[in-house]
Design a protein around this ligand. Structure first.
Ligand code: NI
Length: 137
C-alpha cells in the first residue's frame, strides 16, 4: 500500500452538514473513510466507461417451466464462456429459479451478455452489478 497523504477540503457548511448526516446513515466510522469510498466509486465507474476489464454479477429470475428458456440461457453462456468465471443456480420455489453468473471481461462485452440474457423470453427480472478487478485501487 502507498503512503497516506493528508489534504484539506473547503466545503459549504450546509453541504458538510448533509454529508455528515449521510455518513451516519451509511455507518461510516469517519469522514475520511466516506470520502475514500466516494473516490473509489468514481474511479470504478470510470473503469466501466472506459471499457476496461472489470468483474461483475448477472442475476436472473426465471420460470424454468417456460419452453426453450433453459436451453437458450445455457447456449448464451457457452457462447460467452471465456468471460464466465462461475455460475450458481438456486431453486426459489416450484416455478422460479435464481441464477447468478459471475463474469470478468471488458465492460461493454459484459453489458452485451447481460442484455442478451435479460432479453430471453421468460426471464422475469435481470440485473447487472459491475465492480472492479481491484488492481488499480
Ligand atoms: Ni431451478
Amino acid at each position: 500500500m502507498s503512503e497516506l497523504v493528508r489534504f484539506g477540503i473547503s466545503l459549504d457548511e450546509n453541504l458538510l452538514k448533509d454529508f455528515d448526516a449521510l455518513i451516519t446513515d451509511k455507518q461510516y466510522s469517519n469522514r475520511s473513510e466516506a470520502i475514500r469510498d466516494l473516490i473509489r466509486n468514481s474511479l470504478v465507474e470510470d473503469e466501466w466507461k472506459k471499457g476496461k476489464e472489470v468483474a461483475g454479477a448477472i442475476s436472473l429470475v426465471y420460470d424454468h417451466h417456460k419452453r426453450e428458456l433453459m436451453d437458450l440461457i445455457v447456449a448464451i453462456q457457452h457462447e460467452y464462456q471465456d468471460m464466465i468465471v462461475a455460475s450458481q443456480h438456486a431453486h426459489l420455489d416450484h416455478h422460479n429459479c435464481l441464477e447468478v453468473i459471475i463474469v470478468k471481461g471488458r465492460s461493454e462485452k459484459i453489458k452485451r451478455l447481460s442484455d442478451k440474457l435479460r432479453a430471453v423470453k421468460g426471464v422475469k427480472h435481470g440485473s447487472l452489478t459491475l465492480t472492479t478487478l481491484g488492481k488499480e485501487l
